[in-house]
Design a binder for this molecule. Structure first.
Ligand code: ATP
Length: 508
């Protein structure tokens, strides 16, 4: 755990040191849970978005994209349920004056019990050595059974209380579990209150009757309110999807864990409109498709897992998260939800406009059902970065930090490096740079010894370094060094574009 915490800290400082992520308005000491993407961060982020966009809108002939405005008519959020129900239960500690999400305090408590189970397993594995049968141990060990029962009891009680808005019992659960404030160490808690997460602002001058508008807390509603426009103009019929990438805003109570939970973030969402009754088949289809998308990045499967929701949101009839092994544990990266006809029906009711499809094959009209896939760009960024970041000891005893970013997402695809700053090598290197930059983001670097330049490129995850030396002037060949293996090969300049393109091509 400690080790992972250290790695997480190292990732955060590496992100800043190498221009991936800066705290927002840093010269004014930052703004809580708001971050800016730097020169390499923006490239990686754009590549993640392109990879998603292509997988959705390009690879599926029946998915089209839109780009809706952040501001929407205020009634949208009434219809969607966000005005009344988009809130978290919060609790304050009277001594430290710190505010917490009540459910998160309880979940952290559960995570501690899970840690204890893991410790028991590690201990037993050491004791039994090669004979250790983990699944047998988990099934038969008495202490583990007790821990598991405790987790189940706590979860059941919390879920019931959350479902029924029984805030008194949530508070009582925190007291019964003797949860203390991590800052003050005391159990001096206030009551639990609901806190709406939407940011509100005024549109128009007060004199002309300004109206309250919200910064959208999810991009999905921009898709629902455009359902009819797209269906009428896009020559689409169910099943079909609408995809969108855009900013969303939530006034998160507990904003921590770097870009995992931000107050301004970006979502990539796709709503898939299907015939009523077919939604659960499509739900399974999209669960599988989305997991495939993650795995095609080459990140090992054991870093991902599904978490099926038992407690469903009021609009869903099935829901699952794809969780990722972040340095602070398995946490939600993406949600796949079968949202029934809740949203379209609500907008139909509030707007008075018919949001239906006449299905000629069935000879009937219906409000389509919706299966959505929803992933945070920033969380995906953090998943990639935390998987990619590695501190390595090399054979010669030196160390390097390397970002093993999947080459198709790497901010810079190739660096062109003249061995020395004279003898015509820079000119030759510039010629190569001019060819390669037509197709890829490349970097030219002639400063410092070649070893240091390699390290700089490793630290930002550049898959290839191309070195131009004196021999190059005679045989038109360069040394190409691969980031992960550090293998170096001598190849003809004319082969470079193809080699790099093959390596960084987006595959689905
Ligand atoms: P959580 O339970 O972690 O708050 P959520 O269930 O509220 O997440 P959704 O409303 O399903 O999240 O949003 C879909 C996706 O948007 C999430 O899977 C996540 O990747 C991303 N996301 C949600 N909230 C944030 C946030 N505050 N910062 C960054 N990404 C977020």
């Amino acid at each position: 755990m400690i080790q992972n915490e250290d790695i997480f800290k190292a990732i955060i400082s590496h992100s800043k040191e190498y221009g991936f992520i800066f705290p927002s308005s840093e010269i004014y000491d930052g703004l809580s849970a708001v971050y800016d993407y730097g020169q390499y961060g923006v490239e990686l982020k754009n590549n993640i978005k392109t990879y998603w966009w292509k997988a959705m809108a390009q690879m599926h002939e029946n998915i089209v994209g839109i780009d809706a405005a952040i501001f929407m008519h205020p009634t949208v959020w009434k219809a969607s349920g966000h005005v009344d129900a988009f809130s978290d239960p919060l609790i304050d500690n009277k001594d430290s004056k710190k505010r917490y999400r009540a459910d998160v305090l309880i979940e952290d408590y559960i995570a501690k019990i899970e840690e204890k189970i893991n410790k028991e397993v590690t201990k037993a594995a050491k004791r039994f050595g090669a004979d250790f049968d983990e699944s047998m141990f988990l099934q038969t060990n008495g202490r583990i059974a007790e821990y598991r029962k405790k987790i189940e009891d706590i979860s059941n009680r919390m879920n019931r209380a959350l479902n029924e808005n029984d805030f008194e019992d949530i508070r009582q659960l925190i007291i019964d579990l003797e949860i203390v404030c991590p800052v003050s160490g005391s159990r001096n808690w206030t009551d639990v209150r609901q806190f709406n997460l939407m940011f509100a602002t005024q549109m128009g001058a007060a004199a002309d009757g300004a109206s309250q508008v919200y910064l959208r807390p999810e991009t999905a509603q921009g898709i629902f309110v455009n359902y009819l426009n797209v269906q009428k103009t896009g020559r689409v019929k169910p099943p079909f999807g609408i995809a969108q990438i855009g900013k969303a805003f939530r006034n998160e109570i507990v904003a921590r864990q770097f870009i995992f939970r931000m107050r301004e973030f970006e979502q990539m969402e796709m709503q898939y409109f299907v015939r009523p009754g077919e939604e659960l088949t499509w739900y399974e289809y999209w669960k599988e498709q989305r997991m495939k998308w993650h795995l095609s990045l080459g990140i090992p499967a054991e870093k991902y897992r599904f978490h099926n929701h038992e407690k469903l949101a009021h609009y869903a009839n099935a829901a699952a998260d794809i969780e990722f092994a972040f340095p602070f544990g398995f946490k939600e990266l993406e949600g796949i939800h079968s949202r029934t006809d809740f949203d379209l029906s609500a907008h139909q009711q509030y707007s008075g406009k018919k949001l239906q499809y006449f299905d000629q094959e069935l000879n009937e009209s219906y409000v389509p059902y919706v299966v959505e896939t929803s992933i945070g760009v920033d969380r995906m960024f953090l998943a990639i970065l935390s998987h990619a970041y590695q501190e390595e000891k090399l054979e010669d005893g030196s160390e390097r930090v390397v970002l093993r970013i999947p080459p198709m997402l790497a901010p810079v695809k190739a660096a062109v490096l003249p061995l020395v700053k004279k003898d015509g090598l820079p000119e030759k290197a510039r010629e190569i740079m001019d060819i390669l930059k037509q197709d890829h983001m490349c970097q030219y670097d002639e400063k410092d010894a070649i070893g240091r330049r390699y390290r700089r490129q490793d630290a930002i995850g550049t898959p290839y370094c191309i070195t131009v030396d004196h021999q190059t002037l005679e045989d038109n060949c360069v040394t190409i060094r691969e980031r992960d293996s550090m293998r170096q090969d001598r190849i003809a300049i004319e082969k470079l574009p193809q080699i790099i393109s093959d390596k960084v091509k987006m595959k689905f």
